[in-house]
Design a protein around this ligand. Structure first.
Ligand SMILES: [Zn+2]
Length: 232
């Protein structure tokens, strides 16, 4: 598991030998580029792990660091520095792509905390419920939906008109999209709880987020299936 800011391990700068924590891309003492640091994606931006991020500030910092790391700037530097500018840039890009996206950010933070997410958890034969199974409150609707999807596929295959079926499926799709929006609202509430909470509150928020992510994955797949079949 990746280290966090709290467990900072000091390393000596290759250039000036002054010790700094292993999370910065540049030496705070002599400003020389450093090898890819061993911290997490939040630490790359000098942030503690948080779910509510100031996205404009994150973007600004991303551009500032991208410019500083740009390989052109190291064209006349030593071989190591040139390699590090490439490796640090790749790390910065991965970190930014992950943190700017709300869902990726949430999954990443949960993974940092040791949680197994989605397919990973299923593939591990983890004791958590199979994410491909319908949430209990949706069982009946999903059953109904799957029958209608089958019917529509058969109708399409036979070249038959199926306006009633299609409008019923379109309505179901709208409903599942509304449920997805609800999940996203709930997730944001858990972000607040996690960011503001002590360790106990974080454990609870983490559990709630895992369940919401499972539900989200399930609902997204349903919407995708319906969209695909309606469009076929
Ligand atoms: Zn230095």
């Amino acid at each position: 598991m990746l280290k966090t800011l709290e467990s900072a391990v000091p390393v000596a700068c290759w250039s000036c030998s002054v010790a700094h924590n292993d999370f910065t891309l540049f030496c705070p003492h002599c400003s020389k580029i450093q090898p890819p640091p061993g911290g997490d994606y939040f630490a790359v931006f000098g942030l503690e792990p948080r779910l509510n991020l100031d996205l404009p500030a994150l973007e600004k910092e991303f551009h500032r660091l991208s410019r500083k790391l740009h390989p052109d700037r190291f064209a006349r530097s030593g071989e190591h520095e040139r390699q590090w500018s490439l490796a640090d840039t790749a790390l910065l890009n991965d970190a930014y792509r992950t943190l700017k996206d709300p869902l990726r950010r949430t999954e990443y933070l949960l993974k940092l905390r040791g949680a197994e997410i989605g397919e990973e958890a299923a593939a591990d034969g983890n004791s958590r419920k199979d994410p491909s199974r319908a949430p209990a409150d949706l069982l009946e609707e999903v059953f109904e939906l799957n029958m209608q999807l089958d019917e529509l596929r058969e109708a399409h295959a036979a070249g038959e008109e199926s306006a009633a079926l299609e409008s019923s499926l379109a309505a179901a799709k709208q409903k599942f999209e509304a449920l997805l929006a609800e999940v996203d609202r709930d997730l944001r509430q858990q972000w607040q709880a996690w960011d503001a909470g002590d360790e106990t509150a974080r454990e609870a928020a983490q559990k709630a987020m895992m369940a919401l992510l499972d539900r989200r994955r399930y609902l997204s797949n349903l919407v995708r299936d319906v969209t695909g079949t309606l469009g076929a």
